[in-house]
Design a protein around this ligand. Structure first.
Ligand code: HEM
Length: 220
């Protein structure tokens, strides 16, 4: 690998890691302030960090998928595609930390996540999505590309990515759907859960991908 290429790669990695850190920091601040409006409490604990990890993971995975559509409709520049893989990897690692905090750290701290329906229903799609994202992280290397062949490799990552995004979106809707409906009915607390705009962005990434398919089908 030439020195220039590796410098570029370092910059792309730094940008993806920086975006992940900024998303977790923004989410933590947002959930901290929202808790004050919701429960009248200024308190930062692990459950706030856990919510922001989950929301940041959904944002990063959706951003990675969104860039495919953005690259298709934004003309000849293939720059957005260079970032896609690294935002996806950052999303996977952020989601893995979120799952570990849920499973190990919250119970160890005597805290419980908010759940309106049973854990199996909400966590099974999340676990399936996380496993697919992990498999995609393993497959994303150039060695795996060489073994599978370019076309099969691209298709596997494409369909895997959308399956994972739909599964984690289902996890979020099952967990937070009731809170979003309540928000639109009462506007109380004044700030909605951050998962609401982030899930809307994830849904937009899926719609954008469908628009790419429709545009490609028209060209044939
Ligand atoms: C085994 C894997 C996972 C488990 C067990 C799990 C579990 C949970 C639980 C229990 C909550 C509720 C937290 C609370 O309200 O206090 C939650 C929230 C959330 N999770 Fe996960 N999750 C997993 C994977 C994922 C993945 C892969 C993503 C996205 C890529 C994700 C995104 C979210 C989001 C967006 C929230 C909503 C945060 C909020 O607004 O409160 N989760 N998760």
């Amino acid at each position: 690998m030439s020195a220039r290429l590796s410098d570029n790669l370092k910059k792309i990695w730094a940008r993806a890691a920086g975006t992940a850190a900024a998303a977790v920091a923004f989410g933590s601040l947002y959930f901290f302030v929202r808790q004050y409006f919701k429960d009248g409490l200024w308190r930062f604990d692990l459950s706030i960090l856990n919510k922001s990890l989950g929301t940041a993971a959904l944002f990063l995975v959706a951003l990675s998928m969104f860039l495919t559509g953005a690259a298709y409709f934004s003309g000849p520049s293939k720059r957005p595609l260079a970032f896609r893989k690294y935002y996806g990897l950052a999303g996977f690692w952020t989601a893995a930390v979120h799952a570990a905090v849920n499973h190990f750290a919250l119970p160890a701290a005597g805290l419980h996540p908010e759940r309106k329906i049973d854990a199996l229903t909400t966590d099974l799609p999340a676990l399936a999505g996380l496993v697919i994202l992990g498999a995609m992280a393993l497959l994303s290397s150039s060695r795996a590309k060489g073994r599978l062949g370019g076309e099969a490799w691209r298709k596997t990552l494409r369909y895997g990515g959308y399956a994972a995004l739909l599964l984690v979106l289902a996890h979020t809707v099952l967990l937070k759907g009731a809170s979003w409906i309540k928000y639109f009915r009462t506007f109380d607390p004044v700030l909605p859960s951050l998962s609401l705009p982030v899930a809307a962005f994830a849904a937009a990434a899926v719609v954008l991908r469908l628009a790419v398919w429709a545009a490609q089908a028209r060209k044939k």
